[in-house]
Every structure is written in C-alpha cells, then in structure tokens.
Ligand binder design. Structure first.
Ligand code: NAD
Ligand code: DAU
Length: 377
C-alpha cells in the first residue's frame, strides 16, 4: 500500500490526476489535500468520491502544523504537488497571495516531507516529492512568421491540419529561468526550493514544466472554458491585445498520463518538459472554438465571430510559449494520445453537456469578481 498526497486535487489538473490514480491503482491510498479556494471544486471528483482508496482533507498547504499532522496520520510515501494559485491575471492584481501559496505553501510541503521522512529508519528510501510546474518559468520566446519553419517534431496532438512553429527556439530543460509575471515568478521560486531540497538534504524530488492544458473541469476564467461559456450566452469574447500571442496546448488527460509515468519511472533530481508541439495563436484557437460551439449548438458555423472584442492587453503579456518535450518522449516513451481538433471537440462537448457544473460556478460571487477584473483594466 502506498500513501500518496496529491495537493490541489480539487482543481482542474489535480482532479484528473486524482481520478487517474484512484482508478488505476486500487492498492494506493490517495489523499487529496486541498484548501478549496475559489478554484477548488469537489464536484470535479463526484465519480470517485466514495472509492475506498480515496480520502479528501480540506487543508491549506501554508498551514505547516496541519500538513505535518497529515504526513504523520497517513504515513505518506509520496507527494504530487499541484496546489497553487494558477491564473496570471489574478497574480497581476494580487501578487501577495501568489507568493504565499506558491512559494511558502511549497516550502511548507517540502519541510513537512523532510522532517517526516528523515526521521524514519529507511529515510528517503521509496519516497518521492514530485512538483508540478509550468513552462512560464522560462519566460517568452521570440516570434517569427511560421512560413518556411519546419516544427522539429510532430506528435499526435499536432497531427491535424494546423501544424506550425512560430519560431525556431523552444523551451528545453536546460534553459535559464526568466519569469515575467508574478505568477511565473512565484512558480520559478517554488521550483528552486524543490531543487534546493534535493541538493541540500538529498530529498528525492522531480520537477516537470508543462505547457497550457485544456479539457473538462477547467475554471472558466481561463481562455477556453471562458470563451465556450461566453459564446453559448452570446457575451463578448475579450481578446487581449491583437490576439497574436502563441500558446502550446495539451489535453489535460495527456498531462495526467505524463505525471503518472514520471512519478513512477522518472529519474530523481531530473526535470522533464511536457508538451505536444502544438502551437496556436490565440485568435486562431478562438475561431476554432467559435466554429465548434456554433456547430454543436446547431447555429450557423462562424455566426458568433462578431462576439470577438479586442481589449487592452494583459500587462507583461508573454508573446510565445513552445515546449520541447523530446527528453520525455526519448527517455520515458510518453506521447500525447489525442489530436488537437479531437480534443477541442471533446472539450466543447463536455462544457455544453455540463452546463450545471458551469452555472454553479458562474452565478453569484464569481460573476461580480469577473466584472471587477475588467472594470479597471
Ligand atoms: P487550478 O487553479 O485549477 O487548481 C488549483 C487547486 O489548488 C485548487 O483546487 C485550489 O483549491 C488549490 N489550492 C490553492 N491554494 C491552496 C492552498 N493554499 N492550500 C491547498 N490547496 C490550495 O490550477 P490548475 O490549472 O489545475 O493547475 C494545477 C497546477 O499545475 C499548478 O501548480 C499550476 O501552476 C500547474 N500548471 C498548470 C497549467 C495549466 O495550463 N492549467 C499548465 C502547467 C502547469
Ligand atoms: O503555460 C502554462 C500556463 O497556462 C499555466 O501555468 C497557467 O496556470 C495557466 O493559467 C495558463 O496560463 P495562460 O496565461 O497562458 O492561460 P490563459 O487561459 O489565462 O490565457 C491563454 C492566452 O489567452 C493568453 O495569451 C492570454 C489570452 N487571453 C486569456 C483570457 C482569459 C485572452 O486573450 N482573453 C482572455 O479573456
């Protein structure tokens, strides 16, 4: 029996990781530690909440005493750490919360693991602290006309009609960190603490840096679920700047599969980048989302293009992210399983079929918050 803490398991990616582990490993005990901030939602885990190998603990990762208590009570062997403040726009408005949760919260998890594991006769043997991070720590890549640039690699994710690289450089694991937003600066800092715990104390750690995820259960402040919901209700679609920024998109279940593989087979102290070589300009992805929502709702395809509204750009908006995930493919044999157009279709269908999930979030307090985000941009 392995006792594994997954932090942030009630959030978007965390809920997919919890579901995968609970279903795939009946011999593991999965302890989901989540504070249930605005982004945490136990409705994301309805289908597994009564499984015998699953326990939910409502706790703040910054509360060191409580976290120590959880380590002792459950004899924890491994940690998969996802809990974080994750939205760049919020970090611009409120950087303190990001430093607190992402830096101090990670430190609290590390220190609790260290004190617990160091005191055992077997010490680090069979233990693992796996930290989930982002490609945003590397900063932004230059952008060029994709004409004539051959992407270095194709994957199932990028095997559709749109297969472009908007520059010749990619984020590799050896790149210097150059974070720009308070969010990415806080994640970069947490990555450094994780590596410091390996280098200083010998803790068995792993860090991965992943590109933009999309799929079911994503909080509708992020581009894709926000726009699906706005199109459905025929509300404006706020496109930042010219909509030219490029992101590299990966279906969330493919990220969860990579986490499973790396947790079990990854080499201690290594970093792995996770992504599908699937770059899209925001405006192009928005058009695909509009066409898909319109078609699935029985509207004329493209009828809602007039909802596109160009708004003031995000401060410090990173131009391009593009992950080079060849190390993970080469060393552990991971590959995205889903082609992007299939993934978008599946995602839009899920949000349209789960309006109640969406309405529970977007009614009430959230609506007021969302409006205030735009009121003083
Ligand atoms: P999310 O915002 O959807 O979920 C975060 C979860 O963490 C929520 O359930 C929230 O309640 C919980 N949480 C926040 N503060 C907490 C605290 N102090 N104590 C305990 N729990 C707390 O985030 P996400 O998009 O699922 O991202 C998960 C992780 O993956 C983050 O570390 C993020 O940096 C990283 N990541 C995200 C993406 C992406 O595209 N979403 C890509 C790469 C990496
Ligand atoms: O790259 C990984 C990161 O991806 C994760 O670490 C973050 O947790 C996750 O939130 C995501 O960050 P982004 O800032 O890239 O995601 P977001 O969905 O906020 O925005 C995607 C792009 O769309 C970005 O260029 C900003 C733009 N955008 C976003 C919103 C919400 C708009 O144009 N309009 C919008 O309303």
């Amino acid at each position: 029996m392995k006792n594994i803490i997954i932090t942030g398991g009630a959030g978007f990616i965390g809920s997919h990781v919890v579901r995968l582990f609970v279903n795939k490993y009946p011999d593991y005990h999965i302890i989901n530690v989540d504070k249930l901030t605005y982004a945490g939602n136990l409705a994301n885990l309805k289908d597994i909440e009564n499984k015998p190998n699953y326990t939910f603990v409502k706790a703040d990762i910054c509360d060191f005493e409580t976290i120590m208590g959880i380590f002792k009570k459950y004899k924890v062997d491994g940690v998969i750490h996802l809990a974080a403040e994750s939205h760049v726009d919020r970090s611009i408005k409120d950087p303190f919360t990001f430093a607190q949760t992402n830096v101090m919260g990670t430190l609290s998890m590390l220190q609790a693991a260290k004190l617990t594991w160091e005191s055992l006769p077997e010490k680090w043997e069979g233990k693992r602290f796996y930290h989930i991070s982002t490609d945003e720590v590397y900063g932004a890549l230059e952008m060029t006309d994709p004409e004539g640039i051959e992407p270095p690699f194709t994957t199932k994710a990028s095997s559709g009609k749109h297969h472009l690289a908007y520059g010749s450089k990619f984020f590799t694991e050896d790149l210097k960190y150059m974070p720009h937003s308070p969010y990415s600066a806080s994640k970069a800092s947490s990555d450094h603490f994780v590596r410091a715990f390996h280098d200083t104390y010998g803790m068995p750690t792993i860090v991965t840096n992943c590109s933009n995820n999309y799929g079911p259960y994503q909080f509708p402040e992020k581009l894709i679920p926000l726009f699906i919901n706005n199109i459905r209700h025929r509300k404006p679609l706020p496109v930042y700047g010219k909509g030219e920024n490029v992101r590299d998109w990966l279906y969330v279940e493919d990220h969860a599969r990579a986490i499973d593989l790396i947790f079990h087979k990854g080499t201690i102290a290594e970093t792995y980048n996770i992504g599908g070589f699937n770059e899209w300009k925001n405006i192009d992805i928005i058009k695909v989302v509009i066409n898909t929502v319109d078609r699935l709702l029985g509207r004329k395809e493209g009828e809602d293009m007039n909802l596109i509204t160009y708004v003031t750009d995000r401060a410090g908006h990173d131009m391009r992210y593009a992950i080079d995930s060849r190390k993970l493919q080469r060393e552990l044999g991971w590959e995205p399983s889903l082609q992007f157009e299939e993934g978008i279709e599946k995602t839009v269908r899920w949000y349209l079929d789960n309006q109640e999930w969406m309405d529970n979030i977007t009614s009430g307090e959230y609506e007021k918050y969302y409006e205030s985000m735009y009121a003083n941009r």
